[in-house]
Write a protein that binds this ligand. Structure first.
Ligand code: GLU
Length: 274
């Protein structure tokens, strides 16, 4: 078995060299290209970006692949982009672009550029199924809350509920675990993400989404700051994704099983690249 492994690896290495020789599109330069492309996605958000073994699924994964195909890349390599690492992954060329529930904000635009929006979500709360005391953002006094470092969810909720008792982890799954263990009373982030967790087999009947959104999250594709040429190509791909019906198909396939219905404003019209 050991030999088999080594020869497979040798073949893989040769294939990688071959691709590199064809001129990769992973870093530098603008405009799209040939070869493999490294894309940042979430690895632990069911329905959006989920890694299970060698399989990647979700609405963001489908759009990430569609963009890669439209731009002429021959293959994709997915890199985990946790919320707080996204700007760094892009600015240091570790990924060419990110499709990872990435809200377009002015603060982030200081470091990266965005194509989109391609989806509009809203911040909500996930609580234990038997909890009737949390009915919205106004009932969080004295409650322990969980969210993720570097997310708009963490900053939004601190603005809305000054002094809120907020625990910040690296990933949302860590918050889900803390919620189930009773270490926090609620997890706050986008309703899309929360719907995915609530519908997971392991959480069914244990967790529920409150269902009262209190923000507008415009999801964009993050890319190198100022790369207008590349941004325009990604924007064209998003526009085609929506007009061709692929967007709706991806939404139905990925968010449908969790019973999630896109809210007002969907599908959005992508903005012009500045
Ligand atoms: N959409 C929000 C954000 O970009 C929350 C989800 C996330 O952390 O990916 O921060």
């Amino acid at each position: 078995m050991k030999f088999g492994r080594i020869s497979v690896m040798a073949v893989a290495a040769t294939a990688a060299l071959g691709l590199a020789a064809c001129g990769g599109g992973t870093s530098g330069g603008s405009g799209g290209g040939s070869g493999a492309v490294k894309i940042g996605i979430k690895f632990d958000q069911p329905g959006l970006g989920l890694k299970a073994g060698a399989d990647y699924t979700g609405m963001d994964v489908d759009l990430a692949k569609y963009i890669a195909k439209e731009l002429g890349y021959s293959s994709t390599e997915f890199v985990e982009a946790v919320s707080a690492q996204r700007e760094t992954l892009i600015s240091t060329d570790q990924v060419k672009y990110i499709v990872g529930t990435y809200s377009i904000t002015d603060a982030r635009k200081e470091k990266v550029s965005f194509a989109g929006p391609y989806f509009i979500a809203g911040q909500d709360l996930l609580v234990r199924a038997d909890d009737t005391s949390i009915t919205g953002v106004d009932s969080l006094a004295g409650k322990k809350l969980c969210s993720v470092k570097g997310s708009t969810s963490a900053t939004n909720v601190q603005k809305k509920v000054p002094g809120v008792n907020l625990q910040e982890y690296n990933t949302y799954t860590l918050c889900v675990d803390a919620l189930k263990a009773g270490n926090v009373d609620a997890l706050t982030t986008d309703d899309t993400i929360l719907a995915g967790y609530a519908a997971q087999d392991a959480n069914k009947g244990k967790l529920k989404v409150v269902g009262k959104t209190f923000s507008t999250e415009n999801y964009g594709v993050g890319l190198k700051k100022g790369d207008v040429e590349f941004c325009k190509k990604v924007t064209d791909a998003i526009t085609k994704y929506i007009s061709s019906g692929e967007w709706q198909k991806a939404v139905d396939k990925n968010l449908g099983p969790a019973g999630y219905k896109p809210g007002a404003g969907n599908p959005p019209t992508p903005a012009a690249c500045a």
